[in-house]
Design a protein around this ligand. Sequence first.
Ligand code: ARG
Length: 319
Amino acid sequence: MYKLLRLILLALLPMQAVNANEMTMRIVGGNPVGQNAWPSVVAIKTTRDGQVLCGGNLIHPMWVLTAGHCIKGEAEGLYYEYGTPDLVIFSGATGLDSPNGRHMQIQRIVVHPNYNMSNGANDVALLMLSAPLEGATMPVYADNPAPGTPATVVGWGARTAKANNGYPGNYPRQMEQVTVPIVPNEVCNAPNSYGGKIQSSMLCAGYPQGGRDACVGDSGGPLMVQQNGVYRQIGIVSQGEGCAMAGKYGIYTRVASYAGWIQQFAPPPYAQAPVAQASDPRANYPGGAGTLNITWLGFLALLLCLVKKYRFRSQPQGI
Ligand code: ARG
């Protein structure tokens, strides 16, 4: 029952935000991307209602790299865990309402065995698709880029860190991107920043004054750097205190630290397997392409959500 409640609440968060009367300023400071940008980046949606749960990146025709906390964790004291039937991958479009978008099922979920849901360490997971998605993969970066290197993060997460309800909101339908410099771990561990919480397998990026950052809903999506004209993934959106706040850089899973683990499942070179996509994956997917179904159950859940929010208002935002 709690899991069900949690699923409903989580799925409703973006909807509430869209309905709220919000500031127009985009404090994560990004811009919408073009229609054909970032073909390897996917949205992970819940099959329950088609809401975007997280982002991910196709690092192999069969595998999506994402964050462990997109799959399981604890939120507001409740444990949640998604299984393969609960999730669907949206790919092929940067607009959630685009007719070019397609949905694919997942056949396997692998969360890092050392993922620690209390401190967010080893926040990495791999999702195996039911069929390969060719021609859109992005290689992972098995090296550590120098601090100061501009890195780009993309996703469909909140554009406003604190909407009128005090929660992140203003969720876009079009993917957004923002470029931020990589920050040395020592800087990110300073007392006015994260004070020692950042492990060597984590990576920080952002400006000291804040203003540009990933936010809730961007989790699992890639942080990328350009190398010899090709983008490679160096980070996975993982955590952050609030969004875009001064001194509170975005915290990413450092992909280089997991290159060996990732390659066990998704080995390079990435062989081109025959394309075998379901003819209309939306047919077996309730909700279609990102439609909002406001049923009486949804309404009830919204009420519950508001009640809960009242009770938990004083608590800090989780990961
Ligand atoms: N944990 C958040 C999510 O589930 C993303 C956190 C990123 N926050 C940040 N300030 N960079 O979507």
